[in-house]
Design a protein around this ligand. Structure first.
Ligand SMILES: Cc1cc2nc3c(=O)[nH]c(=O)nc-3n(C[C@H](O)[C@H](O)[C@H](O)COP(=O)(O)OP(=O)(O)OC[C@H]3O[C@@H](n4cnc5c(N)ncnc54)[C@H](O)[C@@H]3O)c2cc1C
Length: 645
């Protein structure tokens, strides 16, 4: 293809061999340790205070390292993780319904459409059970059954009930747990907390990640911060689409800056489109709202059988309704994985049977569940979600079915990491949604929290020691040429953004970029569409640098300036996402290519040619990226056509 160059293949050299259930134990045993006295002499920078970064910073500090923690919010407690609603998976098998570490491993590899690493996913399933114990010990108020045992519910892509939850606020409660642990370490002086600071560059000295350049978002001051290792826990990049369920601030800058400095970016085109979000209601919107997947435990998804049926849903009799997920996928029904449910919703709407004013909506109906369990029971499980829905739409979901439609929600792509969670830059570790992680081409519900906390509490604190065992490294002075250059790059970029002084707002560019991405790199992609998108992105990016208007200056709080820097990075990422989507001539999980589908419209993988991780190396804007392939081996879960029928 004309848009990239194929480079040498890469391998995950840290992945241990042998029986899969012994690999994590063996890696931990073989990895070097750092003795407690030496830990005190070393500093680790952690960018991000969500579930991944908060748990990692607290744990590393508890182990004795000096930690410097950064987030752009006014408090670490406001990281986007706080928005997570539905739950967190763990193979505890409290229900005795046939769950096990192996089953969680199997479901996750299959759910990811056979595009993740078996070793990583098995480790995730093993560690999942420790996470629940850790969080319960911290006092996280998980829902309990009448007898006091922890309650669980179902999530998509699984036939067991393994999702632990705290009403519709699981992320908030888990984050409070991590935050308490972090605050304790801040109080003890082991963590230096820097809220309202944005990392704008990575500093590399002698080939190793040794620091970051940050901007104080209140004073505008730019500083360089040095350490023995850098951890990025900066979350996902779904906001490249402008409209998404992510918090407005979520962005790609931290990982993109690292990518530009040499960290490979893996599978950037794998985006999760969540099936149950409140439909877009007009172009005034800047954000979309998720209705948790947990609602599909009790809500039934349907559309009218007839096209353009505008009747009130209550007036549509049972035999004129199409419960299409139950019809097409009888064994998983409403709880098929997200990629499948999203595409099915798109298909029924494309066939003219969508509901609501825009016709881009399907019903999520609780009438049966309310009749069966009573309103109180439904209120107890989902009360806050129902309230949120009513506040936004003005409709009472206890009385009329919710209207939902797919929306961008999560990014499975991210910086490439090896089994130790180390990127292709030595000393740069990446955790949580920011790495390309364990979810393959599609993430199962309730597994992002599991992965973020697995990485932060359990995996990184073991694997980073293997790297730090060679430290403490030589001190790097602020006068070092690499530090001076990184800082100058940041200052220059800020000046360039301010100097354009054009006639269009940052938001207007972001919105237009998002429309291009949604149309051509969203739920369905095609060669022609992706090529068009690449041309449009390039043209719009050029216009951005000529016409963007950033009012004010860089000397203090300037949210337009913050946004402008983030949108500039989104422009570069967007192009790479489209190139990645274009080169992957198959459909898998969240990546659905119109040209590659089975006769009944399901994703058609091509394992012979595409069973690899696509790790992209940056060569310069306008230059062809280099593609490195990491082959995926499946010894335990053999790739088959995924079926939830
Ligand atoms: C509405 C919603 C509901 C969800 N519900 C669930 C659920 O029920 N179960 C589930 O498993 N998953 C759920 N998810 C997904 C899950 O919440 C996220 O994937 C996860 O919380 C990401 O955690 P993280 O720690 O990787 O990143 P985040 O929580 O996004 O944290 C990123 C951190 O990085 C910081 N940061 C980023 N860039 C910079 C920078 N340049 N400089 C300084 N700091 C920076 C931010 O300030 C923040 O502290 C949901 C997602 C959404 C949007």
């Amino acid at each position: 293809m004309d848009l990239f160059i194929e480079g040498d293949p890469i391998a995950d050299t840290k992945a241990p061999e042998g029986p899969i259930e012994t690999r994590w134990d063996r890696r931990r045993f073989e990895a070097k340790l750092v003795n407690p006295a030496n830990r005190r002499k070393m500093t680790v920078i952690v960018v991000g205070t969500g579930l991944a970064g908060g748990s990692a910073a607290a744990t590393l500090a508890e182990q004795g390292y000096q930690v410097k923690s950064y987030c752009y919010q006014d408090s670490p407690r406001r990281a986007h993780s706080i928005a997570a609603q539905g739950g967190i998976n763990a193979a505890k098998n409290y229900r005795n319904d046939g769950d096990s570490v192996h089953r969680l491993f199997y479901d996750t590899v299959k759910g990811g459409d056979f595009r993740s690493r078996e070793s990583n996913v098995h480790r995730l399933a093993e560690v999942s059970v420790n996470i629940i114990d850790q969080c319960v010990a911290q006092g996280v108020p998980f829902a309990r059954e009448y007898g006091g045992l922890l309650d669980t519910r179902s999530f998509g892509g699984a036939q067991v009930q393994r999702t632990f939850y705290a009403r519709g606020q699981t992320g908030q409660q888990l984050l409070l747990g991590a935050y308490q642990a972090l605050e304790r370490q801040i109080g003890l002086g082991n963590v230096e907390m820097n809220a309202r600071h944005e990392m704008l560059e990575l500093i590399i000295v002698d080939g190793k990640a040794r620091g970051i350049v940050v901007r104080d978002l209140v004073t505008g001051e730019i500083t360089t911060e040095m350490a023995d290792a850098v951890v990025l826990a900066s979350g996902g990049y779904g906001n490249v689409f402008y409209l998404s369920t992510n918090a407005k601030g979520c962005n790609v800058t931290a990982t993109w800056r690292a990518h530009r400095k040499g960290a490979y970016f893996a599978n950037p085109c794998y985006t999760q489109i969540h099936p149950t979000c409140i439909p877009v209601s007009g172009d005034h919107q800047s954000k979309l709202t998720l209705m948790s997947e947990s609602l599909r435990n009790d809500g039934r998804v349907w559309v009218p059988k007839a096209k353009d049926d505008d009747r009130n849903p209550k007036d549509i009799p049972e035999d004129e309704r199409d419960y299409y997920l139950e019809r097409i996928y009888p064994s998983f029904g409403n709880l098929v994985p997200r990629d499948i449910a999203s595409r099915a919703a798109k298909n029924v709407c494309d066939s003219g049977r969508g509901v609501g004013p825009t016709k881009l909506g399907v019903y999520l109906d609780f009438a049966d569940a309310i009749n069966r369990l009573g309103r109180k029971a439904i209120e107890a499980k989902y009360g806050n979600l129902f309230e949120m829905y009513e506040r936004i739409t003005g409709e009472d979901p206890y009385e009329v079915p919710m209207r939902i439609y797919p929306a961008v929600h999560y990014t499975m792509g991210g910086l490439w990491v090896d089994y130790d969670l180390q990127s292709s830059i030595p000393g740069l570790f990446v955790i949580g949604e920011a790495n390309f992680s364990d979810h393959g081409a599609n993430r199962l519900g309730a597994s992002a929290l599991m992965q973020g906390l697995a990485d932060g509490y359990f995996v990184l604190p073991s694997t980073i020691a293997n790297y730090l065992a060679a430290g403490p490294f030589d001190k790097v002075e602020a006068s070092h040429p690499a530090v001076v250059e990184a800082r100058a790059d940041v200052e220059d970029r800020i000046q360039r953004l301010l100097a354009v002084n054009g006639d269009r707002t940052v938001d207007s560019f972001h919105r237009e970029l998002g429309q291009i991405m949604w149309e051509h790199c969203g739920m369905e992609r095609s060669e022609a569409g992706l090529r068009k998108a690449i041309d449009e992105i390039r043209a719009l990016r050029e216009q951005f640098w000529q016409r963007v208007r950033v009012p004010g200056d860089g000397e203090g709080l300037n949210q337009s300036l913050e946004k402008a820097g983030r949108v500039a990075d989104f422009f570069e990422l967007a192009e790479l996402m489209c190139i990645d989507a274009l080169h992957r001539e198959e459909s898998c999980g969240g990546h659905f290519r119109a040209e590659h589908q089975t006769p009944d419209g399901e994703a058609q993988r091509d394992d012979e040619h595409f069973a690899y991780v696509a790790a992209w190396e940056y060569t310069g804007t306008g230059e062809s990226s280099v593609l490195h392939k990491e082959d995926l081996k499946f010894e335990y879960v053999h790739p088959t056509q995924r079926s939830y029928k």
